[in-house]
Design a protein around this ligand. Structure first.
Ligand SMILES: Cc1cc2nc3c(=O)[nH]c(=O)nc-3n(C[C@H](O)[C@H](O)[C@H](O)COP(=O)(O)O)c2cc1C
Length: 531
């Protein structure tokens, strides 16, 4: 994993290996379907029927749990992983989804295991995004449960991403999975459920439950790699034994459908992605997420306060977009900045953190351009107090480490000004020269504890990227809720970021960039409804 990470760094004088030219006409099909599998139409659910976004994070009063049925399952999939819109410009037409994806390539596929529904056969389904349908992959006889239960599985089609991004694509797939986890966990919350990572499975078992080891159902070179399984719970029920049953049930079940061909050519081969995927896929059962609750850090979050956040959470999930350019005049108030940052602290009882394998490995470097009353510069926001000393020791000794003080700042914040500077040019340069990093209000580098966890287990490489992706998803939504917009930035120059911070070892590595600002909306694009 470590060799892969080093090999796929972008440098000022050369980028990680990727295709030299891109033939847009040969883009792999973004929609997986299983031909011949029985189809279940899902009802379309009105965006305004969701609970207000502002109530989602209330730790004292969780949203009431809706009983599982076809409508609630539909809302879950629609507003987490469904289409958000079709866009058209001239003769080009493309779809966008509630979950973002690097290059809009969408390598993440969604599977649903259901039990005990009156309107659905017990079994494994694939979520067919384009038409908002379920495809029955495997039906099994199961008389164990009378009440409905739902599990969501994610898998990645790495080469769908590698088609454009070459060797660095594996990182992007894992970031995308993190975004999807957060999107799903947040949508589950609106229905009164907590998405919890199932941590009792090996990778091989997960692959088998999701039917991804059935090579006879996929074209050569077109297989998917299982990422994780989430259980949607509304109480403390332990479903670990049911999961073990699934292994046998799916082995004995009746399977349907053959995966469609996504790319007839497959010119692009990046063997390093196969090796890294193999290394990460040795995942063994791990203890559930170790969150920081035992330190009483962080304390409960305040409710969302901005007017836009009073609207339906589902509307906000669908409206979330990546900004393509920013108005450099955009500004943020300190209370809005602090609420945005507070929302990404790993609180165990609010989503998306319990859906992740790790939730407290990643910290934020801020290139702060335009926040009222704060000197522009480079700042550090610590998400796990246990890392403060190690970060201090690892970073440049001449950083100011000046705690940000303000009447508005929450007392539990570990937020430091490292450097006073106009950091617009640096943020742009470090983010592969993209203007979105300099023209926004604040840009971020996500810095992860790297060597220790990965030496302990190779698959923590995926966990760290998923955590960063989930943070990105929260930044997207919080920006949208205050009338701003975010954009994930997978393209950044790795070691120049480390050099700026004085990090000379692999103990800490930058895994993702992000930016938030006042968007300039491209009015030339026509927006069409998703379904
Ligand atoms: C992991 C990740 C990396 C991304 N990297 C970039 C980037 O470097 N530059 C950029 O302009 N957009 C980037 N994006 C934004 C995507 O292009 C965007 O999500 C996609 O086009 C879909 O649009 P939407 O977010 O509006 O649904 C990234 C998104 C993700 C999730």
């Amino acid at each position: 994993m470590i060799d892969y990470h080093i090999a796929t760094k972008h440098h000022f004088d050369h980028y990680a290996k990727g295709p030299e030219t891109i033939d847009w006409d040969s883009q792999p099909n973004p929609f997986r379907r299983f031909e011949g599998a029985p189809v279940v139409e899902l009802p379309l659910i009105d965006t305004d029927d969701g609970i207000p976004y502002s109530t989602m994070y209330d730790e004292k009063q969780s949203p009431a749990s809706h009983p599982w049925n076809l409508s609630t399952l539909s809302a879950l999939l629609l507003y987490a992983m469904g289409l958000a819109a079709w866009k058209q410009y001239g003769s080009s037409r493309w779809s966008l989804r509630c979950n973002p994806s690097s290059g809009n390539l969408h390598p993440t596929e969604t599977y649903v295991l259901v039990q005990g529904f009156t309107a659905l056969t017990d079994g494994l389904y694939h979520y067919e995004v384009e038409h908002h349908q379920l495809e029955l992959r495997c039906e099994f006889q199961n008389n164990l449960q009378d009440s409905p239960h739902v599990w969501i599985g994610f898998s990645s089609i790495d080469w769908r991403e590698a088609w454009k991004y070459g060797e660095r694509a594996y990182r992007y797939c894992q970031l995308d999975v993190g975004h999807a986890q957060a999107a799903l966990a947040l949508c589950a919350r609106t229905l009164g459920y907590t998405a919890k990572m199932v941590s009792t499975l090996t990778q091989a078992e997960l692959q088998s439950i999701l039917g991804l080891d059935r090579s006879q159902d996929f074209f050569t070179n077109e297989q998917e790699s299982a990422d994780l399984l989430l259980y949607l719970s509304h109480d403390q029920t332990n479903t670990d034994s049911q999961i073990t049953d699934f292994i046998q049930l799916t082995q004995k079940g009746v399977w349907h459908g053959h995966a469609n061909r996504l790319d007839p050519r497959h010119f692009y081969r990046w063997p390093i992605i196969d090796s890294v995927s193999k290394a990460a896929n040795k995942r063994q059962p791990t203890p559930p997420t170790k969150l920081l609750s035992h330190h009483s850090y962080p304390p409960p979050a305040p409710a969302a306060a901005h007017a836009l956040s009073q609207q339906s959470a589902w509307r906000l999930f669908r409206q979330r977009r990546s900004a393509q350019s920013f108005d450099p005049r955009g500004r943020l108030t300190q209370p809005d900045l602090y609420r945005l940052l507070d929302r990404i602290l790993p609180r165990p009882s609010v989503p998306p953190w319990s859906s992740l394998a790790t939730a407290h490995s990643v910290h934020l470097i801020l290139y702060l351009h335009a926040v009222d009353g704060l000197t522009p510069g480079v700042y550090l926001f610590i998400r796990n107090p246990e890392h403060l000393d190690a970060l201090k020791a690892a970073m440049k000794s001449d950083f100011a480490w000046e705690p940000v003080t303000s009447p508005d700042i929450p007392t539990h914040f570990l937020f430091f000004r490292l450097l006073t500077a106009n950091a617009r040019r640096a943020a742009k340069q470090l983010s592969c020269h993209q203007d979105i990093a300099s023209d926004g209000i604040v840009a971020f580098s996500m810095l992860a504890e790297f060597l220790n966890p990965i030496q302990a287990a190779a698959w923590h490489y995926n966990d760290i990227h998923q955590e960063a992706g989930a943070i990105g998803q929260m930044l997207y939504l919080e920006a949208e809720a205050i009338g701003l917009r975010g954009t994930g930035i997978g393209c950044f120059f790795d070691d120049p970021v480390h050099q700026l911070l004085g990090l000379s070892t692999l103990d800490w590595q930058c895994v993702y960039h992000f930016t938030v600002g006042l968007p300039i909306v491209d009015t030339r694009l026509i927006t069409l409804p998703p379904y």
